[in-house]
Write a protein that binds this ligand. Structure first.
Ligand code: SAM
Length: 398
């Protein structure tokens, strides 16, 4: 019964499409290729001229002391303003992004200092051991492209407010994409319907009642859709019928597709189970993403972070951004407690390079967070904050 009804609708669809193709099409026609330009050729060859869509305004001004990954220091904040030279109305480009809690930020390591790169690198967490550059997140790589999963706190007009970041001030941003666990996380991809107790997807839904269908569809505004190739409007009744029929057929296709997909996923899972051995998995079971063991168990240990009473007093002097009474003010951090948490996050992960760790063990370590210059020193298994001064007022004789 269902099959014959679908067949009838398909016939109707074909008939409507035949009419439409005479008048033009409801779908946007692929545009003819423009005459070959050098930019076009460059794109085809994979060597494009990039244009930053904006620049990061970050609470970290220099590389030293900037978290190595975004999860190290959650109060790390930044703003990203979309350039009007890229979009006349940046707000339009951001429409709908506020439904997501996290975004991928694709950026350039513009302060690498040099453009050289090596096939093998020594990640600081591996304390001098070499691994292939592509098994790391090293900034020194052939195209100097960085990828950070940031928390999207809010969008105000043309500006994104981000936290959990590891980018320095002035970082040129090439692209933003929403983080979609169903696409981006193997765990969720394999197990798309986790139990309610599964905490991974629950907090990510900013609007749990919104069904995110057609993520990739290129549908434009209604007025765009109902326009034929040469710009003439289609009779609205014809378009309505066509849409109805398409929806019906798509729904039916979707339910077939859905069950086919589920079957494929389960076959794929089983195939993976039988092909993977514990030898090539460093972590986790079959449904979990495998990662190199040194990511979770690095040969360098976490450090205990201490503050001298003097440093604590200095830090307590700082006011949050919205207050002002002549004392130093933070721009991004909301309180001195948050500053303590941020400093702890940065330092406990031992931000020193391997060279510094081994060759300059006794030297003072300086870094900047928000509007505070921090001075500290490292001992065995701990790091102590000695001084917290407003930017530019550091006393280097501590
Ligand atoms: C190890 S990278 C990881 C970045 C990103 N999460 C990734 O995986 O591509 C993070 C480090 O890059 C450095 N960094 C951040 N922004 C930079 C920039 N614009 N230019 C050069 N280095 C930068 C900082 O020292 C930071 O600790």
């Amino acid at each position: 019964m269902l099959d014959s009804s679908v067949r009838a609708h398909r016939k109707q669809l074909a008939a409507v499409q035949a009419v439409v193709s005479k008048a033009g099409s409801c779908e946007e026609e692929p545009r003819p290729s423009p005459p070959s330009s050098s930019a076009h050729v460059a794109l085809e060859q994979g060597s494009i001229q990039t244009t930053p869509i904006g620049f990061i305004i970050s609470c970290f001004s220099v590389k030293n002391g900037t978290p190595r990954q975004p999860n190290i220091c959650s109060p790390s904040r930044a703003e990203l303003r979309i350039q009007r030279s890229v979009f006349n109305n940046p707000e339009h480009a951001l429409l709908g992004l506020d439904r997501y809690s996290h975004v991928w930020i694709i950026f350039l390591f513009h302060k690498n200092g040099h453009l050289s790169y090596k096939a093998k690198v020594k990640p600081p967490r591996l304390n001098g051991q070499r691994v292939g550059v592509y098994s790391t997140r090293s900034p020194h790589r052939p195209n100097a492209v960085g990828l950070t999963l940031a928390r999207l706190d809010k969008i105000e007009g043309d500006t994104l407010h981000l936290s959990d970041i590891d980018m320095i001030d002035g970082t040129p941003v090439l692209d933003i994409k929403p983080f979609i666990p169903e696409y981006d996380s193997p765990e969720v991809r394999i197990n798309p319907n986790p139990q309610p107790s599964d905490s991974q997807t629950e907090p990510l839904n900013k609007e749990t009642n919104v069904l995110d269908l057609n993520e990739d569809s290129d549908k434009e505004d209604d007025e765009d859709r109902n326009v034929v190739g040469d710009g003439r409007s289609l009779p609205s009744e014809l378009c309505r019928v066509l849409e109805e029929v398409k929806t019906f057929v798509a729904q039916d296709d979707m339910s077939h597709h859905d069950s086919k997909c589920k079957k494929q996923v389960s076959e794929c899972k089983n195939a993976k189970r039988s092909s993977r051995t514990s030898d090539n998995l460093c972590y986790g079971e079959q449904d979990r993403a495998a990662i190199a063991s040194w990511i979770r168990d690095p040969p360098v240990s976490c450090l205990d972070v201490r503050f001298t009473p003097h440093a604590e007093e200095q830090l307590a002097q700082f006011l949050p951004a919205h207050l002002s009474d002549g004392r130093p003010r933070f721009k991004f951090l909301h309180s001195s407690d948050e500053a303590v948490a941020a400093i702890r996050g940065v330092l406990s992960a031992d931000p020193r390079s391997v060279y510094r760790r081994t060759r300059c063990r006794d030297k003072l370590f300086f870094f900047t967070i928000d509007t505070a210059d921090i001075t500290c020193w490292f001992g065995h298994g701990f790091v102590e904050v000695l001084q917290v001064r407003p930017v530019g007022q550091r006393d280097v004789t501590v």
